[in-house]
Design a protein around this ligand. Structure first.
Ligand code: ATP
Ligand code: MG
Length: 168
């Protein structure tokens, strides 16, 4: 049984993530998705709770023919211990898929197999760009899976983001 691990903050989960996960699904039997900075929410750079992000990911991957484990992972402020922290929260995995240079470095130092998938239209498909569009009233829905747009609508996510961006 091969298991792959993929981590991000998913603020929000978008079609770039979806494209990487479809690629990973073709390579492994099961996928573990770590929802990083799980303790953060209601911030301009981290508007959604871990639970809301679990909902986005689970719904978006419903059609994928793979068992998926979605695991919230809180930050610890010690990079040297971070891989052990992640491993303690996750089912065992043999390959890590990530483009984040620090994540590559930390896992590579432990000797685990690290793969960096190709970026998918990174210019528009980034959490930062999607949050910017939400704040400015620009179109963003086409950059996320339909099920994710529905979750964000259900939780009134855009309204939340605009409210927390206001100054008093
Ligand atoms: P933010 O701008 O908020 O950092 P992000 O789009 O980078 O959001 P993350 O949750 O930080 O999303 O990223 C999780 C993982 O997905 C990282 O390894 C990141 O490099 C990767 N990733 C992000 N965007 C894309 C994309 N368009 N194509 C492929 N991988 C991506
Ligand atoms: Mg990022």
């Amino acid at each position: 049984m091969s298991r792959g691990f993929y981590i991000g903050r998913f603020q929000p989960y978008h079609c770039g993530h979806q494209s990487v996960l479809e690629h990973i699904a073709a390579c492994v039997d099961e996928i573990v998705i770590g929802v990083g900075s799980a303790q953060l929410s209601h911030e301009v750079d981290n508007p959604f709770t871990a639970g809301e992000r679990v909902l986005m990911i689970t719904r978006a991957l419903e059609a994928l023919d793979r068992r998926i484990y979605v695991i919230p992972i809180e930050d610890i402020q010690r990079n040297a211990l971070w891989v052990s922290h992640v491993r303690s929260m996750s089912p065992p995995f043999s390959t890590v898929y990530t483009n984040n240079p620090l994540v590559v470095q930390l896992f590579a130092e432990t000797g685990i197999n690290v793969v960096s998938p190709d970026m998918y239209e990174r210019h528009t498909h980034s959490g930062t760009e999607i949050r910017r569009r939400m704040l400015n009233g620009e179109a963003w829905e086409h950059l996320v899976p339909l099920s994710v747009a529905e979750v964000i609508q259900e939780i009134r996510g855009v309204e939340r983001l605009r409210n927390i961006a206001r100054s008093d």
